[in-house]
Design a protein around this ligand. Sequence first.
Ligand code: PLP
Length: 427
Amino acid sequence: MSGIGTKCVQSGYRAKNGEPRQLPIYQSTTYRYETSGQLANIFNLEDPGYMYTRLANPTNDAVAAKICELEGGKAAILTSSGQAASFFSIFNLCSSGDHVVCSSSIYGGTYNLFKHTMSKMGIDFTFVRSDASLEELDVAFQPNTKAVFGETVSNPSLAVLDIETFAKAAHNHGVPLIIDNTFATPINCRPIEWGCDLVVHSTTKYMDGHAGTVGGAIVDAGNFDWMAHKDKFPSLCTPDDSYHGVVYAEKFGKEGAFITKCTAHLMRDFGSIQSPQNAYYINLGLESLHVRVQRHTSNGRTLATFLESHPAVESVNYPDLPSNPYYELAKKYLPNGSSGVVSVTLKGGRIAAEKFMEALKLFSIETHVSDSRCCCLCPSLTTHRQMSEEELLAAGVPAGLVRLSCGLEDPEDIIADVKNALDSVSR
Ligand SMILES: *Cc1c(COP(=O)(O)O)cnc(C)c1O
């Protein structure tokens, strides 16, 4: 067993004698066989192998295997985006008439997907606090509940999920816990070690790390016993008519059922596959993930500590600060730090926020987070623009809130830039 940094660099692809040292990009839609029988066996899921890149590709599989090892899982798949990963993680388990318990502190895109789009498919969500107690969670369950979903460190509100409590609640009700681990990355937290069953990622953020490639991933811990809850998961535990009557949980067991169904069924039908070229870029990002996340995190902590001391600042939201309501949860689940993302609320609301952001030089105004360059966003001026002051407060996004994503620049330069911009606001 090697350390997490060695896995970042070496896991996934291994070159055999005389083969390319770097992961090859298999830029091919299709795969050649000598007999129709060989291909038929792959179609029948009797033999492993590739048939068509809409379902699977060797470059993608090597990168998925690396992310799988980083998270400590048993099987994994890459998807075209983080959104596709979140969608597949739920739709692989649920159909019309089913229900999911979900933390209310999740990414806005995930909230829209769940609350507005998936509800049109007949899948309903009940939202609960990320630090809800076991009793509060218990009452959110229904007989048709099939999964629990949350984010380790939420984007953008930076709430920390009480992973053990959520896992316990899920398992008491015979369903898996799914966690979006995008912000923490497996460098700062490995949810599977705390009882989580399925991990999803937007690899677009720290994993790629250079704002180059949109992508996603799903990792299965391989621990959830689908057959023990046969009635809840007919799509995994009863014959799939669209696949020659295969019963995924019987044929592929706890470790393989979920990801095999994702590949054979959902990728076949929805085709949200990562392009092999993009998978290659994500792998380049992963090779330095451990080095970069450490620097992003230390820059975030330095900036958050500085912000707390500045008179133009009303409040700072960063889980690693002792003043933060999630401090104890962060200490438990994220002992090395949460991420490089800090949010700050300025005295003087929207106007101050606008002036502050325009005075920043290293931080550019973007909808993105978590890449090598510093960037910032004011939700009340952009993503949450349509909301009134009252609605903004209810959503936990005060008008003067600015989300700052620390890049890999020198901490002295980041502080100098932010100090200069804050001073100009107070002037
Ligand atoms: C960005 C993001 C997503 C969506 O990922 P895309 O790759 O943009 O589709 C999901 N979850 C979190 C936490 C994110 O930050």
